[in-house]
Design a protein around this ligand. Structure first.
Ligand SMILES: C[S@@+](CC[C@H](N)C(=O)[O-])C[C@H]1O[C@@H](n2cnc3c(N)ncnc32)[C@H](O)[C@@H]1O
Length: 229
């Protein structure tokens, strides 16, 4: 995505406690940061943040973390959060590739991925945010039994992702190739979703439950390493 540089974005964000520029310091301590024991939900690639700010407004008993690489977009998430007095939202400027460095096992109870880049060329599939390499990273901190909710305009990415989730130990709970005509209620439209829907593109949506005991497997691996050593 090409974005016009906004020199004022970072200084505006630096003044606000809702923006976390050193997220790895909070690994295992996000509940302390929020100051309560509420579940934490994460959006990867939040863009301008309509989706996550609306959820945060509707669910004050849940804490939300919004991640994106671009301050030029995140500054608008921050403005929406402040206009709506959202104390249950934190904004993290970072690359999703490093998300495994900032959360401890079981720290996250839901992940939202909305309209990520489909990376259509086969040699780029590894960059898809639903590729097994990414799903395995999410499993290191996603609580067992928690869900990933995934929306896309791209049919190929979506059908491939159904396999990716299955191959990494997620159970498919729900899928639709046409969200508008489906029996799913309570959808919050993202900025990109509105754009695609206005073009007549059907929105694909799935919910996937994590059955992987990331923490236990990691501990077992550690035990194996200790024994082997
Ligand atoms: C197509 S936009 C979708 C934005 C929003 N989710 C929506 O549906 O309106 C994809 C977003 O993901 C972010 N993004 C893509 N790859 C990323 C990465 N590797 N790390 C962090 N952010 C990323 C982009 O900056 C962009 O805001």
């Amino acid at each position: 995505m090409r974005l016009r540089k906004k020199w004022w974005a970072k200084p505006e964000m630096e003044k606000d406690h809702k923006v976390i520029f050193t997220p790895s310091e909070f690994k295992g301590k996000w509940k302390e940061l929020f100051g309560n024991d509420h579940p934490i939900h994460l959006e990867l690639g939040c863009g301008r943040g309509r989706f996550i700010t609306e959820f945060a407004r509707m669910n004050p008993e849940i804490n939300y973390i919004a991640i994106d690489a671009h301050n030029e977009l995140l500054v608008y998430v921050l403005r929406k959060a402040n206009e709506n007095h959202l104390d249950n939202l934190r904004i993290v400027p970072m690359y999703i590739e490093n998300v495994g460095d900032i959360f401890a096992p079981d720290e996250i109870e839901k992940i939202y991925i909305n309209f990520c880049n489909p990376w259509p060329s086969k040699r780029h599939h590894k960059r898809r945010l639903t590729h097994p390499n990414f799903l395995r990273i999410y499993q290191t901190f996603l609580k067992k039994g928690s869900e990933v909710w995934f929306k896309s305009d791209d049919e190929l990415l979506f059908t491939d992702s159904l396999e990716y989730f299955k191959d990494t130990g997620f159970n498919e709970l729900y899928r639709t190739f046409d969200l508008k005509q489906s029996d799913f209620h309570g959808n919050i439209q993202t900025e990109y979703e509105e754009k695609f829907s206005n073009q007549g593109i059907k929105i694909k949506f799935g919910r996937f439950k994590n059955n992987f005991l990331g923490q236990t497997v990691a501990m077992n691996d550690e035990i194996k390493t200790i024994k082997a050593g």
